[in-house]
Ligand binder design. Sequence first.
Ligand code: NBP
Length: 478
Amino acid sequence: ATAQIGVTGLAVMGRNLARNFARNGYTVAVHNRTPARTKALIEDFGHEGTFVAAETAEEFVAALERPRLLMIMVQAGAATDAVIEEFAPLLEPGDMIIDGGNAHFADTRRRERALRERGIHFVGVGVSGGEEGALNGPSIMPGGSPESYAALGPMLEKISAKVDGEPCATHVGTDGAGHFVKMVHNGIEYADMQLIGEAYDLLRQVAGFSPATIAEIFRQWNKGRLDSYLIEITAEVLSHVDAATGRPFVDVVADAAGQKGTGRWTVQTALELGSPVTAIAQATFARAASGQSALRAAYRGLPGGTNWDLTPYEAERFTAQVEQALYASKLIAYDQGWKMILDAAKEFGWKIDLGAVAKIWRGGCIVRAAFLDRIRAAYAADPRLVSLLSDAGFASEIAEAQVPWREVIATAARRGVPVPAFSAALSYYDSLRADRLPAALTQGQRDYFGAHTYRRVDREGSYHTLWGTPGRTETEVI
Ligand code: NBP
């Protein structure tokens, strides 16, 4: 046995992670259900490092140094369970199975529990950054026991992306915490992309700018506080011209967005936790709405807002307002994601360092951004922050954004430009800062039709009003 780690599942992600380990000096055992993929890896990239190719599961396990570190990079779901069932009987207590696929965190919790009973460490690892990140340095979010991180962590830190010389990998928390945080990362990614899309749509429809001009605006924004991978690639996509037609690329792409399901998982889980991730939910629903072609055909042509042209001065002013609205909405979307992680940590008993999460998202992953360093710094100053807006710097930015944020959303409503995520973010902000919410009326209604009882602001206890009695007598419910 010579390999320090083994990777089974050598499609794009597994192959690139195996190469990344090898390039970093580790001896890597490689295996795939269909041996042709293993052969291709050795033929094409064998020169990059030391690989031990294994054709059978037994050969693969025999190639691993003890305690064995066996990483699986296969399709999430049933395939992952099948691979675990294939390898677990070949392992010994103290060995470790690492799942780097996009597993649902609840599956990871289940698998961890089952394998722990057999003495095997199971580490669910969120890996972000796609194919390119897997090869050159992803952002890595491992869960599992602290003991397993002691053995695996240094290797993950070595192959991860680096920002300011620091690795974008940390032990997130026990059992499914890593996959949970990866899921929320993807939810935030959905929100980030939708917010950028809405900003583009406003600049196009309200300010009347061309995709090429908007690309230039995004390039400028990328030099400021919005500096991020997603803004950078947005400028690239917007400036791309379709070779076949000579039209802006963005105008020849069908406007129905796909999804692989991690945004949906985030929203489903948020509903279960009671975490109001409204901007993430709107971003997920916006993708779904874009794909409702029959419904869109039925609505198309219905009356909308009023159009008017902006003067160049107004267009410039509007652009600056959109930047403020985008930034404020993004701040809220992140705050929602962060709160969802806090809610889950409480529910599942995880100790998650939110500053460390921001730190490992600064590089390698899709939401990587200068902004995450600000979040890291906010938690460094106060690890017990309930909200990002409790940080003085973020609070002053949201204060500064008030007028433009509201004006942009009001303009969108008047013009009939859809801004579901901008609006959700602003409404969330207004709901949470309100002294009183109409939830009081909701409680009254619930008590009226269902005797659900209510609490009062001025006295302890639960109450029910006898709505059908002449005096509508209030009774205390014991
Ligand atoms: P795929 O998700 O396309 O899975 C293909 C691999 O799974 C192949 O190696 C295939 O073997 C193997 N496999 C399947 Br399918 N069923 C199997 C079974 N019953 N037993 C053994 N092996 C089986 O590969 P991928 O796109 O490289 O993704 C790998 C994982 O990483 C997935 O969980 C995916 O969701 C995740 N992912 C993450 C990112 C990211 O950015 N983090 C990006 C893309 C994917 P075969 O060659 O014999 O068919």
